[in-house]
Design a protein around this ligand. Sequence first.
Ligand code: ZN
Length: 91
Amino acid sequence: MNKMPKHTRSQLPILACECGAELLVLPDITEMYRAITSHAEKHQLTELDPHKAEAISKRIQNLLLDQLREKTRSRELHESVSKRFKSPRLP
Ligand SMILES: [Zn+2]
């Protein structure tokens, strides 16, 4: 009954992980970086193979970063995100 409409929900400043976790978008890039990497590490813990674990971590980071870029209008933040993460998917 109290379900929020989808369009309202997508306006909230959060990053939604594929596991269902939601990360609040923070104005501080360092804090945001910590939140994303620590969440990616949680995914990594479920995989015993270190190569696969690293791939999982990278995939989760990229997933969240893509959303962060979409939600980030500030050019300054966008650039610091890009530098910090050195994502191979950068334009
Ligand atoms: Zn997750």
